[in-house]
Ligand binder design. Structure first.
Ligand SMILES: *Cc1c(COP(=O)(O)O)cnc(C)c1O
Length: 412
């Protein structure tokens, strides 16, 4: 269910009245300006001057950023393994190879030391440098961007920040997506704000933006007829979706404050529950938007009925509206969350609470079984122990208490 400010429909009506029902227009421009104003804020006085290009999804934003980094068939791109597949799939769209890098324990995001190890080893093994580095703000938590940039700069490799889940999260007071050469945002239905589907690339200047938009609009040239020197894509944001986005932008600060409030409540209420631990900001440098509030369960924690976890093939979508169109043949895989996590998920579901496991690391996904990966066990360990709890704009204080009560009562 979308949480609206009411302004979305006003903007849409205006767009229809002015006949701007196309993938460009005044609402796209205005939405980009709103986003620029938002991402360029900083706690210190020096202003940022980043530009934003609005596109039709976060996935296309990643794709375009990779193209702008010059990623070509046969190249390698270093991608945080602990992520949603949209961080790495566009690398494969380009005929390049995602090379996965595991996470550090406290932020859950790309481990800067492992990143450097991976770069050195790829140079040794292939004789070439990876073309880009993609750290991911998983569940909104910032990555250690200062350390990642230090490594990236040492080897002169571009950084594409995947801040699709981290809209409004900050590291040392600066908004995520504005540190690297490119930053990616998503406005999918389940993200911090939504345009139904949509995304954006944050970039350094007008020239970089023009280049992104060139590839987002079928690589057109300024002739009276269609003339193509490059392969382009149909990735520009619809003006109608941008109209929704303008309305949603008026809610963004409120949404972030809400998610952070829900997170604080979970922390407080789980404080004295043995075996359940919330994932929190590792230090005052980190300021997560807490898009999803995540907890991890001690493997020794006994949850009611956990001996019956994974007995049946799932016949419905798990956790949300994302379309699952293929039934799996087996209730188990070789890498899955612990029985107590699945048992807890089932109990929450029986009580009308939507939860879901953490994202399964890409280096454990069958489709990426042959890709190089630099691992330390962190993301796989977290995947097996973690669970995402409700945190959206409709989650009221009493719902948080209800969720925590169900978790407590599920412990046997
Ligand atoms: C949602 C998401 C994306 C892609 O966004 P879409 O708008 O759904 O295409 C990319 N990366 C991460 C980490 C995401 O969670």
């Amino acid at each position: 269910m979308v949480h609206t400010s009411g302004k979305e429909l006003d903007f849409i009506k205006e767009a229809f009245a002015d006949n701007w029902v196309v993938p460009l227009g005044p609402d796209v421009d205005a939405f980009e300006r709103d986003l620029e104003t938002f991402v360029n804020q900083r706690v210190d006085s020096s202003p940022l001057h980043k530009k934003v290009a609005a596109v039709n999804s976060g996935t296309s934003a990643v794709h375009l950023a990779l193209i702008a980094c010059g990623v070509k068939p046969g190249d390698e791109v270093l991608v945080q393994s602990f992520t949603f597949c949209a961080s790495s799939h566009p690398v494969t769209y380009l005929g390049a190879t995602p090379v996965f890098v595991d996470s550090e324990r406290d932020s859950w995001n790309m481990d800067p030391e492992l990143l450097e190890e991976a770069i050195k080893d790829r140079i040794l093994k292939t004789g070439r440098k990876p073309k880009a580095i993609i750290p991911v703000a998983l569940y909104g938590m910032p990555y250690r961007i200062d350390r990642i940039l230090e490594v990236a700069n040492r080897y002169d490799i571009s950084v594409i920040e995947d801040a699709a889940e981290g809209l409004g999260s900050r590291y040392r007071g600066q908004v995520l997506g504005t540190f690297g050469q490119f930053g990616v945002l998503s406005f999918n239905g389940n993200k911090m704000i939504t345009t139904s589907s949509g995304g954006a690339v944050i970039c350094d200047n007008e020239e970089a933006k023009k280049n992104l938009l060139y590839f987002a609009t079928q690589a057109r040239q300024s002739y009276p007829y269609y003339e193509h020197e490059d392969i382009g894509y149909n990735y520009r944001l619809s003006n109608i979706c941008a109209a929704i986005g303008r309305g949603q932008m008026t809610l963004l600060d409120q949404h972030i404050a809400h998610h952070q409030h829900v997170q604080e409540m979970y922390c407080e209420l789980f404080k004295n529950v043995d075996g359940v631990e919330m994932h929190v900001n590792p230090s005052s440098d980190f300021d997560s938007n807490f898009w999803l509030c995540t907890a991890f369960l001690n493997p020794a924690l006994q949850i009611r009925n956990q001996e019956n976890a994974y007995k049946q093939v799932i016949l419905r979508n798990v956790g949300g509206v994302s379309g699952v169109t293929r039934l799996s043949g087996s209730p188990v895989t070789s890498c899955q969350p612990n029985d107590n996590v699945e048992a807890l998920r089932t109990i929450l579901e029986e009580n009308n609470v939507e939860s879901r496991p953490l994202w399964k690391p890409m280096h454990r996904q069958p489709v990426y079984r042959d890709n190089p990966a630099y691992v330390n066990g962190v993301s796989e360990g977290l995947f097996k122990r973690g669970i995402c709890l409700p945190s959206g704009p409709w989650v009221k204080d009493e719902h948080v208490r209800y969720v925590v009560d169900i978790v407590k009562s599920a412990i046997s």
